[in-house]
Design a protein around this ligand. Structure first.
Ligand code: G1P
Ligand code: ZN
Length: 549
């Protein structure tokens, strides 16, 4: 039979593609690097060769709208057609948040998804771009899959791409490229429907429109359209509730990371102003969240504990939690709640992918990380807007302020004073040598005194997955003291400039102790003594961290 369609082109790759970090669920680099000839294409080729089920499979595709999103969608659609996929589902303007992508993968029984984002990194021609691969469960691709993708990139000689015109993504519709169908859907709708199943929108609506004004900052990134439809649409909040609500290619120059440094305007509104009772922000691709009350910042580790302690108030979780999980550097605040609820609490390495097995095997319902990430079994990614709705539902049921809720929580469970200090863009060499020197000191610390307490454990964290038994080692240096205080040091796996050293500090004060201290003061002795032990300021030449959370 003579095919009427043109055959896919085979493009020869002249130099091999070498720089994806093995074990990471995607590729995150500068936009400029992604513009190098055949760079994006090489990574996509490896994904399409390795992802199981591409022949006749369905793939979900979209991104956070940053510079490079549109071009990448065009390239991926044509390469997917050349690799024999049956269908790619993408969205109007290519806008798709990470949690919404996870939901679509699951509901459409897709083989996986490709999410275009560098998460909370800045965007634009001088910012970063990224390609993330998710598997058929809707979560970040497993370590073994990403390692196989990495190995494949090392020996690529050519890639396949279909010669076809760009498809306009302006409206919903169906198109074809060769034998493959391209369906453009509204990327927001399914997500809102999912939220309506989990939360009681009427109760939240009544509450926020009575005397609880809220504000949300989308930081000119992907959550704008979702938040407008949720807050200003379904929940009836006044227009203007959503700030920076249109996704821009360079995020309007903002750094879409919802923390006190990068979401400063919002933080000022809540911490120094009186207009709003509640404020929240999400990151570039919509999976992170920051929660603020009037005069009150909620530490993300505490946020996870509060969600767990109050989950019975939320319709989607009223039947109880199967268990909870947190990443190792996240404070133990949720552990105390899990103890009281008599449910298991798992401690995993940093990164959302480690929660996947626990969620898939129904061992946990809620999970979270200190890095402004909380989520549940409703998808397989952390979910920023879901966390905001969860908080609003709790507030609506309890009819109190965020600050009061935090006080009630601490006076019941005690308080885990917690802070993360980031030292960004230091040289790789300095960072590795600091880390290795500290690691070599750990064995002699056990049984000794540190910051006035006995060291009960000093090691490099090793995780054995309770579901598949796989072992992930060297996940961060930790020093645990006999009063439950902890110090953790690890190197970031997501930075794109030099190395980022993260220092995590935690100190527990029981319910009848002093619950009203400034966290930096409460942690000051630990801060001083870890600096002396790890020689952070002398080795980095930095007197203070770049970001303090
Ligand atoms: C950071 C966070 C981590 C999160 C990841 C992806 O990774 O610390 O919790 O899972 O971003 O959002 P890191 O740069 O520390 O390796
Ligand atoms: Zn993100």
């Amino acid at each position: 039979m003579v095919s009427l369609e043109p055959n896919p082109f085979r493009i020869t790759i002249s130099s091999p593609f070498l720089d994806q970090k093995p074990g990471t669920s995607g590729l995150r680099k500068s936009s400029k690097q992604f513009e190098q000839t055949n760079y994006l294409e090489s990574f996509i080729e490896a994904i399409l060769r390795i992802l199981p089920g591409t022949q006749e499979g369905v793939l979900v595709l979209g991104g956070d709208g940053r510079y490079g999103n549109r071009r990448a969608i065009d390239v991926i659609l044509r390469m997917a057609a050349a690799h024999g996929l049956r269908k790619v589902i993408t969205t109007v303007d290519g806008i798709l948040s990470t949690p919404a992508a996870s939901h679509l993968i699951r509901t459409h029984k897709a083989i996986g998804g490709i999410i275009l984002s560098a998460s909370h990194n800045s965007g634009g021609p001088d910012g970063d771009f990224g390609v993330k691969v998710n598997g058929s469960n809707g979560g970040p691709a497993s370590e073994s899959l990403t390692n196989d993708i990495y190995l494949c990139t090392q020996k690529l000689e050519e890639y396949l791409i279909y010669p076809a015109q760009d498809i306009s993504l302006r409206n919903i519709g169906k198109y074809s490229i060769g034998a493959m169908e391209v369906e453009i859907i509204d990327g927001v709708e399914d997500y809102i429907l999912l939220m309506q199943k989990l939360f009681d929108f009427d109760r939240i609506k009544n509450f926020i429109n009575r005397d609880f004004p809220i504000v949300f900052d989308a930081l000119n990134a992907v959550t704008g359209p979702y938040a407008k439809r949720l807050f200003e649409g379904s929940l009836g909040a006044p227009e203007g509730t959503v700030r920076n609500g249109i996704p821009l290619e360079d995020f309007g120059g903002l750094h879409p990371d919802p923390n006190l440094t990068y979401a400063k305007e919002l933080a000022d509104l809540l911490l120094n102003g009186d207009l709003y009772s509640f404020g929240a922000a999400c990151d570039g691709d919509g999976d992170r969240n920051m929660i603020l009350g009037n005069g009150c910042f909620v530490n993300p580790s505490d946020s996870l504990a509060v969600l767990a302690a109050n989950s019975h108030l939320v319709p989607g979780y009223a039947e109880g939690l199967l268990g909870v999980a947190r990443s190792m550097p996240t404070s133990s605040a949720v552990d105390v709640v899990a103890d009281e609820l008599k449910i298991s609490c798992f401690e995993t390495p940093t990164g959302w992918k480690f929660f996947g097995n626990l969620l898939d095997s129904s061992q946990i319902t809620l999970c979270g990380e200190e890095s402004f990430g909380t989520g549940s079994s409703h998808v397989r990614e952390k979910d920023g807007l879901w966390a905001v709705l969860f908080w609003l539902q709790i507030m609506a049921e309890k009819q109190c302020s965020v600050a009061d809720l935090m006080k009630q929580h601490w006076s019941r469970f005690g308080r885990h004073y917690y802070s993360r200090h980031d030292y960004e863009a230091i040289s790789q060499e300095k960072a590795f040598s600091l880390y290795e020197t500290l690691e070599s000191k750990l064995p002699s610390l056990a049984g000794e005194f540190f910051a006035g307490r006995l060291v009960s454990c000093a090691d490099n964290f090793l995780y054995q997955d309770p579901v598949d038994g796989s072992i992930t080692d060297r996940q961060g240096l930790r020093i645990v003291l006999d009063d439950g205080s902890r110090l953790v040091i690890r190197l970031s796996g997501t930075g794109t400039k030099g190395a980022t050293l993260r220092l995590y500090l935690e100190r527990y004060v029981s319910a009848n102790g002093d619950l009203d201290q400034n966290p930096q003061e409460a942690l000051s002795r630990l801060i001083r003594e870890i600096d002396a032990l790890a020689e952070i300021s002398s080795r980095t030449g930095m007197n203070s961290p770049t970001v303090i959370t």
